[in-house]
Design a protein around this ligand. Structure first.
Ligand code: GLC
Length: 747
């Protein structure tokens, strides 16, 4: 192609992009000009699905009131409406019965799959495989949009160091560097490259900001963290999501500097909309505007409505605060209409970007719904991710199993088709997980198994607490008897998917109910026990048990493909490659803890008294961030560093797979800044990672480039300070490995 023709191609594409952008802005303006104040405020209102629109019109009460408001243009978005029929019916009312016919947004918590469930997000983070994580989100978008959803309340990007908090299952763990990379991958997966495509949906970076720092790990509890922590730990994944083009943000339930996030103009208007130039839309969390009264921040729904609107919260999820009080606030000049216009502009812009004005039924294709939901590709990728997410924490030569091995299977979860699905499963039905019994029977057709003591009973539902069995020992003796007949015992224990997630904080994070005592007796009686641990969070397995286990495989909650994925790893069909995205403590008394905590001025442990340590427990965790074993022996050469004239430092290490088995090795780069005026640096900080696919006997180099800018820290005023001075670096298999380090100076 000649230069001239290339120039015209580039010019026309620039013009069309500008035209498209201008046409969206122009089209937003053209709609805004037509809207009454009530209609504008209606766009700022989101209701939960309030009746089955394909059924009869609601007869009375709340649903009728909401139906009438919908017909008057008083609703801009709904959530938890699923299925093309339902979505089409509601969209039809908005488009055909309201004065302006503005289409609705349909939001849903598509957190780890829609109906075909991938592992919980914390498990996916353990894969450190950014492409696979993006694919997971892509598939979730494909499946959810086929059911009419055009907005997901994901990715949750909250950093947390407290596994007592049930929502750690929903995020990417304790580290902002890994969290930022994963936030980017998830946003790209959900949104694709074209929001108006019928198989992409708007993503939502949540919860802005600092929800993961709830005190004592208790959900919805008080938070108190410094601006230094805000800028250096909490915001980076949100910034990454914004740079990836995330369409929406969601407020946190919690407060920063004494201000509830739903009314925090510093976070929303200064940081997000001004400093970061975010042009998307901010939605409250469920009822979080109204909850500001319970916080004690204001005394009436009218006041919290005004505070939230003025602070930059564009849409009210389920408080009904905006539709009840904003019109009056505008008329009485307590809230400028310009603020309403700005919020509505952001909401309309998203609806144009999604193509909803061009075709409100874009996401309502019954044929696509039937062909897509549960399709083979979705299952193939979900199984692939489940295998990659599992983390081998112990192995005393017992794994991988072989088909000739004599194996029995124990544990109530072993045959459970619901518990391993995980917590956020909007549309996946109970009983749809492939259980471990089935997975292992594919290798051991005559597999004998026993449940041991029941783990839980009662309803298994998003809104219902799990009833843990603390007393009924039936099945215990029979399981011990079965174990005694076999050379190797695989035992599946852990949490139900509904023991982590929202509202599921635990003060003790050990095996629930009778499981720990059962496991303790088993390992005392049997020398070759393989524990398959199901968990939505780091769990504590006491040292006296861990030391007697033959192997420990952390399966997390793998989703639909539980049994086949676990069996594939146990049998060596997949060489375990997961690495911990969150520290596993020895004891709750150590929490909160993270690998990158600053050292303090007297870093322990020490034989002297006056150093930072416990008198009854080592400082170190049971298993550190970044840790995981494989079935291969992988070796690392000493790190090398080359200083380039422009100040960049090139660090490299050669990795060798000294085994006959292909392996995936996640090579991790950690750095320690020895002095930093911005503020106290991390004890050590992940600054890069590379996932190498190593064939049998293969060698590969991992190469990292560091600059003062790439290791910069923010001070408490949000100013960025490039790292200067001495740096120690490790290129290692996990955060606790300090086999070889290299020192250099950044200037
Ligand atoms: C919940 C959660 C939030 C979710 C929203 C809608 O309370 O905090 O993460 O997206 O409500 O379900």
């Amino acid at each position: 192609m000649s230069f001239r023709s290339l120039f015209f191609v580039l010019l026309s594409s620039l013009l069309s992009a500008a035209t498209t952008a201008q046409s969206i802005e122009q089209r937003v303006d053209s709609v805004l000009r037509l809207m009454t104040l009530d209609e504008k405020i209606g766009q700022m209102n989101q209701f939960n699905g309030f009746w089955n629109a394909t059924g009869p019109v609601p007869a009375e009460g709340n649903s009728l009131e909401r139906y009438e408001l919908l017909r008057k243009g008083g609703v801009g978005a709904v959530l938890n409406v699923q299925g093309v029929k339902e979505v089409r019916a509601l969209q039809k009312i908005a488009v055909e019965q309201t004065r302006l016919g503005i289409p609705l947004l349909f939001g849903c918590d598509v957190i780890h799959g829609y109906k075909t469930l991938t592992p919980i997000p914390l498990a996916e983070a353990a894969s450190w495989d950014l492409q696979a994580i993006e694919t997971s989100a892509r598939n979730a978008a494909i499946e959810a949009t086929a059911a009419g959803i055009n907005w997901t309340f994901a990715p949750m990007v909250d950093i947390s160091r407290d596994p007592r908090w049930g929502r750690v299952m929903e995020g990417a763990g304790e580290d902002h560097f890994l969290g930022a990379k994963i936030a980017t991958a998830r946003v790209k997966g959900f949104q694709g490259t074209d929001l108006s495509a019928p198989n992409t949906l708007a993503a939502c970076a949540k919860h802005f900001a600092g929800y993961g720092f709830v005190q004592a790990g208790r959900d919805y509890h008080h938070t108190d963290f410094s601006a230094y922590t805000l800028y250096n730990t909490i915001l980076p994944p949100f910034k990454a999501a914004q740079e990836a083009g995330v369409a929406t943000f969601m407020n946190a339930f919690t407060a920063y500097n004494g201000i509830p996030s739903s009314a925090d103009s510093f976070l929303m208007r200064q940081v997000l909309k001004k400093d970061w130039a975010f042009e998307g839309m901010v939605v409250s969390d469920w009822g979080s505007i109204q909850e500001m009264m319970a916080h004690g921040y204001a005394a009436s729904l009218q006041e919290v409505a005004e505070l939230a609107a003025l602070a930059g919260c564009d849409m009210d999820m389920e408080s009904s605060a905006y539709v009840k009080h904003l019109a009056e606030a505008v008329l009485q000049k307590r809230v400028p209409e310009a603020r309403i216009n700005e919020a509505v502009r952001r909401i309309l812009r998203l609806k144009f970007q999604l193509g909803l004005f061009d075709d409100p039924y874009r996401y309502c294709d019954e044929k696509r719904e039937a062909a897509t939901i549960g399709s083979a590709t979705l299952h193939k990728d979900a199984l692939d991710m489940a295998k990659k997410s599992m983390v081998l924490l112990e192995n005393k030569g017992v794994l991988p199993l072989q088909a000739k091995d004599e194996v029995v299977l124990l544990g109530a979860i072993a045959n459970d088709r619901t518990a391993p699905l995980g917590n956020w499963r909007v549309s996946a039905d109970n009983g749809t997980a492939i259980p471990l019994t089935e997975g292992l029977q594919a290798y051991f057709p005559n597999l004998r198994w026993a449940t041991g003591p029941m783990a839980w009973s009662g309803p298994e539902a998003f809104h219902a607490p799990i009833q843990v069995n603390e007393t009924d020992t039936s099945g215990w003796a029979a399981a011990m008897q079965l174990a005694a007949t076999s050379k190797t015992v695989v035992v599946a224990l852990g949490e139900h998917g509904y023991q982590s997630g929202e509202g599921r904080s635990r003060s003790s994070i050990r095996l629930p109910g009778l499981q720990e005592a059962f496991l303790r007796e088993l390992v005392q009686q049997h020398p070759r026990v393989v524990l398959v641990l199901f968990a939505g969070r780091p769990l504590i397995i006491p040292e006296d048990i861990r030391s007697k286990l033959g192997a420990l495989l952390l399966a997390w909650q793998p989703g639909t493909h539980t049994g086949d994925a676990v069996a594939a790893v146990l049998m060596g069909q997949h060489n375990p490659s997961g690495r911990l995205p969150m520290t596993f403590p020895r004891h709750e008394g150590q929490i909160p803890m993270a690998y990158n905590d600053p050292t303090g001025g007297r870093p322990g442990p020490s034989s002297d008294v006056f150093w930072s340590q416990y008198n009854d427990l080592p400082n170190s965790p049971a298993y550190p961030f970044g840790y995981g074993l494989s079935y291969s022996k992988i070796s690392y050469s000493k790190p090398k560093m080359q200083a380039l004239p422009d100040g960049r430092k090139v660090l490299s290490v050669e990795i060798t797979n000294n085994s006959a088995r292909p392996a995936t090795e996640t090579v991790q780069l950690y750095v320690k800044l020895h002095a930093n005026k911005a503020g106290i640096p991390a004890g050590k900080q992940l600054a890069g990672f590379q996932q190498l696919q190593l064939g049998p006997g293969a060698k590969q180099s991992a190469i990292f480039v560091l600059t003062a800018e790439s290791l910069a820290l923010f001070d408490a005023n949000g100013r960025k300070h490039p790292a200067k001075g001495k740096v120690t670096a490790w290129i290692v298999p996990n955060s606790a490995d300090e086999t070889d380090s290299i020192n250099f100076v950044l200037d």
